[in-house]
Design a protein around this ligand. Structure first.
Ligand code: EAX
Length: 337
């Protein structure tokens, strides 16, 4: 009789322990690289949408704490933290990821997307899904979705830029990305990789003359305070990506995994809608603050496309292969139709 009682007690304890562990809150540290000004914080807006979605839908089983503004390191360090599991998730641009998976260089093909419709259709379509799934398999993470940093444009403090020739001789800050470096070099300028968190200081001290980023991020990071000229050349479309540690994701229940996946969709949608609206505001603020904004004619844009692709496609082709590059460019062109 005594034996039955002790077995019964052990089973009860085990069931209780399992039920407690299954319901124990999942604590997610979500790190991102964006600023948090009163207005214009695209990356943070997406992360707040993710937090709200998963905390509401999981009835508090999943708790998200956001660490903005590179608090947990630069983008590369944030990703490494997610790989190790010291950070559960990060929301960063793809710019530094080609050093861990060269296939991410797809995102650094100049003028790959004719417009946002093409970008969204490609990234959310079969090729975009394949690229992020293969990234996850290679790195032990899950790349859940593509959000929006936006089309990237050149700014500088020296002169108006109407042609790639005007960039020659300038020191241009770039992300730690071989294709960006090759592209800037091909225009006769000096590429200088600097983490985003150090960019404002580097520009204000004249360590570099210029940089390239989407207009919303340029304004919300106040970079235009130390840059006189902006050229709307849109040489890359830069997505943010939401990445979770693979082991942590696997430990979630199927229902929790679905909530996280759906939360990533909310993150993506919020960034795309917010950023598109914020671009208009950002341009107005920068113009009012004295930035000289140059819009390019179709012929001038065509020159930028020719020069930037000539400067970076050979390296990208060497890294991802001629056939895959061709497949990607054809799919991106189709996506824009
Ligand atoms: O958070 O480093 C950059 O220029 C990126 O646009 C930045 O990661 C955005």
């Amino acid at each position: 009789m005594k034996k039955i009682t002790s077995i019964f007690i052990m089973i009860t304890i085990l069931v209780l322990a399992l039920s407690v562990s299954a319901n124990a809150a999942v604590e997610i540290k979500l790190s991102h690289s964006g600023p948090t000004p009163a207005v214009g914080a695209t990356n943070d807006e997406g992360c707040k949408a993710f937090k709200k979605y998963v905390e509401d839908k999981s009835n508090g089983e999943i708790k998200v704490k956001i660490f903005p503004n590179n608090q947990l390191g630069n983008e590369r360090e944030q990703f490494e933290g997610v790989q190790m599991g010291t950070i559960q998730m990060c929301s960063i641009s793809t710019g530094t990821l080609s050093t861990v998976d060269k296939q991410m260089l797809v995102m650094d093909i100049p003028y790959l997307f004719a417009n946002k419709k093409a970008a969204y259709s490609f990234l959310d379509g079969p090729m975009g899904v394949q690229i992020r799934d293969e990234f996850g398999a290679k790195t032990g993470t899950v790349m859940l979705a593509y959000g929006e940093n936006g089309f990237r444009h050149f700014t500088n403090r020296v002169r108006p830029i109407k042609s790639p020739k005007d960039i020659a001789g300038l020191k241009i800050r770039v992300q730690e990305n071989p294709a960006h470096i090759a592209m800037i070099k091909s225009m006769g300028a000096t590429p200088t990789p600097i983490p985003f968190g150090e960019l404002y200081t580097a520009l204000s001290q004249g360590v570099v003359d210029g940089q390239e980023n989407p207009v919303s991020l340029t304004e919300s990071s106040r970079l235009h305070e130390v840059q006189k000229y902006l050229t709307l050349d849109g040489h890359f479309y830069s997505p943010f990506v939401l990445i979770v540690n693979g082991g942590i994701f696997k430990k979630l229940t199927p229902a929790q995994q679905q909530i996280v996946r759906d939360g990533a969709k909310a993150w993506s949608e919020r960034q795309r809608v917010f950023n598109t609206a914020d671009e208009k505001r950002s341009l107005e603020v920068m113009a009012k603050d004295g930035v000289q904004i140059t819009e390019l004619s179709p012929a001038e844009l065509a020159e930028f496309q020719n020069v930037t692709q000539a400067g970076s496609l050979p390296l990208i082709e060497k890294e991802i292969g001629k056939d895959f590059l061709k497949k990607v460019m054809n799919a991106a062109s189709e996506a824009g139709k």
